[in-house]
Write a protein that binds this ligand. Structure first.
Ligand code: ZN
Length: 342
């Protein structure tokens, strides 16, 4: 059969379109559009207004002394529930609980609180290398990055400590840069675990130099910047580093909203807006928490975003669309589980 040049062009165009579609699908690893909560997998559409960095309970005793039974979970439940009900009434649908293993992560307590409050709670896997490694378990010094990653991949595949409850993200940490050897190993393990699980990697970072180094380790190991949250970006004085890392695709999290930090947060947000980077910005309180070592300390609620910061943002001309981007759309994109390869 004779094939005209027009036919040939059509065929070639068709072939190129199909190839491009397949290529895009592979590169994006097809977004799962799911999050993992302590009560199971849910569509991202159920995430709603989200606080991406808060705590229910923290135990600062240290990795060498931590053990079950140092608090009564019923007392913690009674103490914390009203604070979750309070934000539920303000429209919050999801709270991301950032207490890692060896620092008081209690996933069964989180599940009870989620069921009683109707709020989605996300828990995490990973190790906390900051605070001069006080919360790093012994085995992390002996094992390779591959072995560390395997613990976290196992929690993703099988659930945490036999509960069946799975992590919704990774929480790692490092002090101000340069990173120590074990902190570097934890970051490499995070990259390896991300490539197997699609879990986002949030990193408590002492300063901008640490965040830079963490991102470099993730990228060296093939992870795209979009999988990385720079936690505690407010610790950095040089705003240019926010732009530097956000321009690459990383998430910049300002997470100490408090009545006394409102004006500082307006400056952060104005800078991000001027640089067209609100779509890489996250906001939270880093509040809570029931302190196991000092249970009489006050519990800090999760409401300053709504009572202090958002009203001030409106005065400064932030639109409802921009506010929605920050408190709903961005978290939905961040915690949507999918592998983000370079
Ligand atoms: Zn925190």
């Amino acid at each position: 059969m004779y094939c005209t040049p027009e036919h040939m062009i059509k065929r070639i165009t068709f072939f190129l379109m199909i190839s491009a579609t397949i290529w895009v699908a592979c590169k994006e690893q097809k977004s799962s559009e799911q999050i993992m909560t302590v009560t199971g997998e849910k569509p991202v559409s159920e995430m709603g207004v989200t606080l991406p960095h808060e705590h229910v309970l923290v135990d600062f005793i240290g990795a060498d002394s931590i053990q079950p039974g140092l608090y009564n979970p019923d007392s913690v439940f009674e103490r914390v529930l009203p604070y979750l009900q309070e934000i539920k009434a303000l429209g919050v649908q999801t709270l991301v609980e950032c207490t890692p293993a060896y620092l008081g992560r209690d996933v069964q307590l989180l599940k009870r609180l989620s069921e009683a409050s109707g709020i989605n709670l996300l828990t995490n896997t990973g190790y906390y290398g900051a605070a001069r490694e006080k919360f790093v378990p012994d085995h992390a010094y002996k094992e390779t990055a591959e072995q560390l990653a395997q613990h976290w991949i196992d929690e993703w595949n099988n659930g945490i400590d036999g509960t069946g409850i799975k992590p919704g993200f990774m929480k790692l940490s490092a002090d101000a840069g340069p990173l120590t050897d074990v902190q570097k190993k934890i970051m490499k393990a995070g990259a390896l675990a991300h490539l197997q699980t699609g879990l986002t990697i949030g990193v408590h970072s002492g300063d901008g130099n640490a965040a830079r180094e963490e991102l470099a380790i993730f990228m060296e190991n093939g992870v795209a910047p979009e999988a990385f949250i720079w936690i505690h970006a407010q610790n950095e004085k040089n705003f240019d580093i926010f732009k530097e890392l956000a321009s690459k695709g990383a998430w910049i999290e300002f997470d100490y909203i408090h009545p006394e930090t409102t004006e500082q947060y307006i400056r952060f947000l104005s800078y991000m807006k001027e640089n067209n980077l609100l779509h890489r910005t996250l906001l939270s309180h880093d509040a809570g928490w029931y302190d196991v070592v000092n249970p009489a300390l006050p519990f800090r609620g999760f409401t300053s975003l709504f009572n202090d910061l958002i009203p001030r943002m409106k005065e400064e001309g932030f639109t409802d669309e921009e506010i929605n981007l920050l408190i709903q759309k961005n978290p939905t994109e961040v915690f949507n589980i999918r592998i983000r390869k370079l």
